[in-house]
Design a protein around this ligand. Structure first.
Ligand code: ADP
Length: 339
């Protein structure tokens, strides 16, 4: 069986912004695949190229073995796309919007009514379908978006940040629904910058940073690949670089310390990889004490997807997000909102 989605060496630029530099993904049928990365990493652009909403500069994209570029109509039949923000017309009811969507997807007239009932039932929207969408909460609106994306019974459902801005109850409802979809054989591709969400939900993930895939695998493979527990250490709230470098060279030769990264984005904290279930923490504390260095904070944990990101890029996902906000160009932003 061909992969549900195959993307090879995708490239897409907007003017002089290289939104996607090199993205390759292989997504198998009936898996939930998570595309993880900070804002501006190129996730939406990748999805838009897949869903025929943007034309790549180069690369290959296939859905169930057929080229998206050569056969965009077929691709659109097989793919359902739920964008991040859907401009719902607030004066229409949910059912009216679904009727509009059915017409856009050329669903045969005879089938429309039945399909709409099916998706309303699937998403538990009976109570809401005949109310104006202007009265919907964020969670209900997202359920309607999902219903619209599924109306033409796509093999692959593509969701851009499906839980952004939702309360925890609605997020859990979306996760449960995506798991149900997978069980019924639908392939699900989601983007997210919520690490725990992707960790819990996705069978496999790709981490994307600055338009390039930097890691792919199951969440456990990626985390286990890091080989040890993480220790986060802060000497002071804001440690001078010379002091942190001194601590680093002091701790590097210790038994059980495998690797040390200085996290400059977090007040020069130290991120250490240590042998799991060892007495590394005690040894580190003792070594710092002997050298007369203070400890502002120290903690040990199993690796998370954020550690995978940190190991690959030298900063945490959150720091990458903050850096992206700080360097955001308002003109570009406006353009992006107009896409
Ligand atoms: P993500 O979904 O990971 O947040 P995007 O794919 O939206 O990332 O954006 C990747 C980069 O491409 C960003 O720098 C963004 O500003 C830029 N970009 C995306 N779409 C456009 C567009 N239509 N015009 C200009 N620049 C764009």
């Amino acid at each position: 069986m061909p992969p549900a989605v195959l993307i090879e060496k995708l490239q897409k630029r907007y003017g002089n912004v290289e939104a996607v530099k090199n993205v390759s993904l292989q997504i198998e049928p009936a898996e939930i695949f998570g595309l993880l990365g900070p804002n501006g990493a190129g996730k939406t652009t990748t999805l838009r190229c897949l869903c025929t909403l943007a034309i790549p500069d180069s690369g290959r994209i296939e859905v169930s073995g057929d080229s998206v570029l050569a056969n965009p109509r077929l691709a659109r039949q097989r793919l359902g796309y739920v964008a991040q923000e859907v401009a719902l017309d607030k004066v229409l009811t949910g059912r009216e919007l679904l009727e509009l969507q059915a017409a856009l997807y050329h669903i045969p007239r005879a089938a429309i009514k039945h399909r709409i009932e099916q998706v309303i039932d699937l998403l538990g929207l009976e109570e809401w379908a005949d109310k104006k969408t202007g009265t919907y909460s964020g969670g209900i609106r997202k359920r309607l978006d999902l219903a619209a994306g599924l109306l033409h019974q796509p093999d692959v459902l593509v969701l851009d940040e499906p839980t952004v801005g939702l309360d925890i109850e609605s997020r859990v409802a979306v996760w449960d629904f995506l798991r149900q979809l997978r069980a019924s054989g639908t392939t699900v591709l989601i983007t997210s910058h919520y690490l725990e969400e992707v960790d819990a939900l996705a069978d496999r993930v790709a981490i994307i940073d600055k338009g390039v895939v930097i890691a792919t695998g199951t969440p456990s493979e990626l985390k286990d690949g890091l080989g040890g527990d993480r220790v986060t250490l802060r000497i002071r709230e804001f440690t001078p670089l010379e002091e942190v470098e001194r601590a680093k060279s002091l701790l590097e030769p210790l038994p059980h310390v495998q690797e040390i990264i200085v996290n400059t984005a977090q007040g020069n904290s130290l991120n250490l990889v240590v042998t799991p279930q060892s007495d590394a923490l005690l040894t580190i504390q003792q070594a710092l004490k002997d050298a007369g260095l203070p400890i502002f904070g120290i903690s040990q944990s199993r690796p998370s997807l954020d550690d995978v990101y940190l190991a690959a890029t030298g900063q945490t996902l959150l720091d990458a997000e903050l850096a992206a906000v700080a360097t955001r160009d308002p003109k570009k932003e406006k353009k992006q909102n107009m896409r």
